[in-house]
Structures are given as C-alpha cells and as structure tokens.
Design a protein around this ligand. Structure first.
Ligand code: NAD
Ligand code: ZN
Length: 430
C-alpha cells in the first residue's frame, strides 16, 4: 500500500489537563451534590432555570417543532426502534440439563436505571437522543434518564427535547457536560443512580464516563468520530468526495480515510475535496478543513484484499464500501463499528435516520467491540439448581479439587451435603 496523503496529527495531546479538570469537578459534585452541579450549569452553560424538565415544558417543546421535522424525527425513531427490537429478539434466556439432576440457565435482565447523554454544545444532536433512549427503552430498562446541555435563556433546544420525550425518557435533565453525567451517575435531583451511562459527548463527557466506570457501567470510551471509504473504479468521485467532507465536518480532529485501488480515482477525489469544503458554512468549514489537512489519509492498495487488510487494521468507526461485489466485502471485513454497503446508502443516513445505532467505537476500538445496542443495557446472568442425586458427583469432585487448591472451607460445603444426603455411604474426598 502507498500513502497518497498522510495524516500529520493523530490522537489528542491535552489529555492530562482534561483529566485533572474533570476529576476535580467530579470530586466537587460528589461532595456538594445538587448544589455543585447547579453551580457548574450556571458557570459553564449560563443556566439558572429548572434542572428537571417539567411535563409542561416537554409538552410545549412539541409545539415549537415544525410538523415536517416532527414527522422526520418520528421516522428516525421508528427505524431505530425496529432495528433495536430485532436485536432484542436475538437476546434469549436458555436452560440446559448439564447432567442428570443439575439444570442451569441464563437470564437476560435489563439494568434498572440508565443515563443517556445527549450532546448539544456545538450541534443539536437530535439523532443521539433517538439512538440512546430508544435502545434503552427497547432493552426494557424501566428508568431512563436523559440529559443534554441547556442553551442560555432557552434550555434544551425544542427538537432535542421533543425527540427525548418521543423516545420515552422517563426524566429529562437540562444539564450537560461533567455535571450532567455526574447527576445521572450519583442520583442527584431525586433520581435513582444510573447503572449504566451511555451516549457520545465531547472530551469532558468522555473523561467523566471513563473516571466513573466501575462505579457505573459505560457503553464505551469515545474519541473523535472517524470514517473510512473503500472505493474501487466503480465508485462515483463526486459522491465519495461529498461523503468524506460530510464526515470531516464533525470536528477538527475527526479523521476521514479513503482507501482505493485506483490511483486516478484517488487523485480525482483529492482534487474535489478542497472545493467542497470551501462551500460549507462557518464554522463547519473550519472543522472540515482542519480535519482534512491534518488527520485525513488517502491510501492506494493493489487490490480488494489489500484494501480489506487496511480497513481491518484501522478498525474504523464507520466503514463505507463503494465498490463492486458487496457480498464479498460483507463476508470479508472484520473490524468496523458500522458497515455501509454501496453508494445508495451513506454514513449520514446511519448518523441520523436509518436504524442501526450511531453510537459506535472510535479510535480503533472496533477491533474489540461493536457499538451501542440493546445488549449493553441487558445483563446476561446465570442460575443453577440441583437435586440431591445431581449434587452427589458435584460434591465429590468439588471437595477433592478444593482440597487440592488448599481451600478447606469450600471442601466442607461439599462434605456437609454428602453427609446429609448420603449418610450411609463412605466417600474418598482427600
Ligand atoms: N460518535 C458519535 O456517535 C457521536 C455522535 C454525536 C456527537 N458526537 C460527539 O459529541 C461531541 C459533542 O461535543 P459538544 O462540545 O458539542 O457537546 P457536549 O454536550 O458533549 O459538551 C458540552 C458540555 O461541555 C461542557 N464544557 C465545555 N467546556 C468545558 C470546560 N472548559 N470545562 C468543563 N466542561 C466544559 C459544558 O458543561 C457543556 O455542557 C463531539 O465531540 C462529537 O464528535 C459523537
Ligand atoms: Zn457523521
């Protein structure tokens, strides 16, 4: 493979500053509770209003969203729900007779309370509300809290609030950043403590979740969003250029990668991109320009197998194949958060409306995990039950293994059962 364009920057270097800021904020909130969270909302987001959004404010939001947009949000919600329901149907209890007199099983139990972070600093992430809340509700979580940063004097933008309400958030907090995350994790403002925190956010949000992990579950540690397009000579250069620029808009440090087996095609796309970026409105233009200049890469490979190897190594969050033989790619590719097959769909569809979740592993985490799904809200737990007859071989083997391990107390839990159920027999348990 040959780099026709190489990134000049990779992962952020300011991590320690962010860590110290967030750790200090979390400590203050742990100490002073609601009051500290309110103080940060005031200082950072200029918000003095209600923290728990009232039923009246929820109802009023719908009236402020134009009807077509409401229908669009309902469309996206229905698609995300349909996909999540199909996933839910694959998650099942099971039961097996391991040996005569011993049955064991697994049960799927949703967490009791989930906290969904809906980012809202720079863009109005309506889609993130749909992706997280809907999925938690379909998973069967009885108590879903959602929070998002309020805009000064306005609160949560009406379209986000409408989406949160439509998707079934039980409580909505007008609170963003570290204070929003901590409010859900610590059970501030009268809430139950969240068992799991999910949803994307900026570096402060991501760091807060990372620090709180252990005390609560989290979906993943998210970095800047990234996207890869695999294109061969079948691809449409204008479309590929538009897709790369579209995803570079996320932020100055959002990598986009083009992997192709056609040098002329790569050069055509590279020539088109700057002009497309120049036509974006500010500040999206600056984000996309910086992302393209500093983080984007264009890689030329000999053939499809070479391109697949690059994709597997990068493990992109979004992977879009605009090439022939789509079934071959679906079978061959192994590391991605979400795969988009063919030019008729695109990452933007997945981001906003199509159904599979858009909360996905970034920065190569797709090597070891997929994205947000109903599974993240459900605990697969196990149980077992034995008859006296079934307990007999278990007790004998357990007693001997325990003694070998030096765990005499464990061995005696086995001994006492054999003595009670089979009093007339002698066992060699040493
Ligand atoms: N990968 C995905 O699926 C996906 C989807 C949507 C959004 N995102 C990501 O979500 C993020 C959204 O970021 P955002 O900033 O626009 O919104 P955000 O909601 O994540 O963060 C806003 C909050 O940051 C806090 N904050 C700002 N400056 C601070 C400081 N100096 N100290 C402490 N706290 C501070 C404020 O309290 C504010 O409420 C982006 O990084 C975007 O890439 C990812
Ligand atoms: Zn996107």
């Amino acid at each position: 493979m040959i780099y026709l364009k190489k990134a000049v920057r990779t992962a952020a270097t300011d991590h320690q500053d962010v860590h110290d800021t967030v750790a200090a904020m979390l400590a203050e909130i742990a100490r002073d509770g609601d009051e500290a969270a309110r103080r940060f909302a005031r200082d950072l987001d200029k918000w003095n209003g209600d923290i728990v959004v009232t039923p009246q404010a929820r109802a009023a939001a719908a009236a402020q969203v134009p009807e077509q947009l409401r229908r669009d949000i309902q469309f996206a919600h229905a698609n995300v729900r349909r996909f999540a329901e199909a996933q839910r149907a694959t998650v099942q209890d099971c039961e097996v007779e391991i040996l005569p007199g011993l049955i064991a099983g697994q049960k799927q139990i949703p967490v009791s309370a989930a906290g969904c972070y809906v980012p809202g600093g720079r863009y109005s992430h309506v889609a993130s509300a749909i992706m997280t809340i809907t999925t938690a509700k379909v998973a069967g979580v009885p108590h879903v809290v959602a929070c998002s940063p309020p805009r000064p004097g306005v609160g949560i933008p009406p379209a986000i609030l409408y989406a949160m309400d439509l998707c079934g958030a039980d409580v909505i907090l007008s609170m963003g950043g570290v204070q929003g995350v901590a409010a859900m994790a610590n059970g501030l403002f009268g809430l139950p403590k969240a068992d799991i925190l999910v949803g994307p956010g900026n570096q402060y949000v991501a760091e807060a979740k990372r620090i709180l992990f252990g005390q609560v579950g989290i979906d993943m540690v998210a970095g800047p969003t990234d996207s890869m397009v695999i294109a061969d000579s079948h691809a449409d250069a204008d479309m590929v250029a538009a897709d790369l620029v579209g995803q570079a808009e996320h932020g100055y440090n959002s990598p986009v990668w083009l992997v192709t087996s056609d040098r002329a095609f790569a050069e055509q796309v590279m020539a088109l991109v700057p002009a497309l970026i120049a036509t974006l409105p500010d500040p999206n233009r600056q984000s996309a320009a910086a992302a393209w200049a500093d983080y984007a890469e264009v890689i030329l490979c000999a053939d499809a197998e070479g391109m697949a190897q690059v994709a597997d190594r990068f493990a992109p969050e979004h992977l879009h194949v605009q090439a022939g033989s789509l079934d071959w790619w679906l079978g061959r590719l192994r590391s991605y958060g979400s795969l988009f097959l063919g030019e008729e769909t695109t990452v933007a569809f997945g981001d906003k409306t199509s159904g599979p979740n858009h909360v996905l592993p970034t920065s190569g985490a797709a090597r070891y995990t997929g994205g947000l799904s109903v599974h993240k809200f459900i605990k697969t737990v196990t149980w077992q039950r034995a008859t006296r007859e079934g307990s007999r071989p278990l007790a004998e083997a357990t007693a001997r293994i325990s003694r070998l391990e030096g765990m005499e107390g464990h061995a005696r839990s086995a001994d006492i059962r054999l003595a009670k159920y089979f009093p007339d027999e002698a066992f060699d348990l040493s």
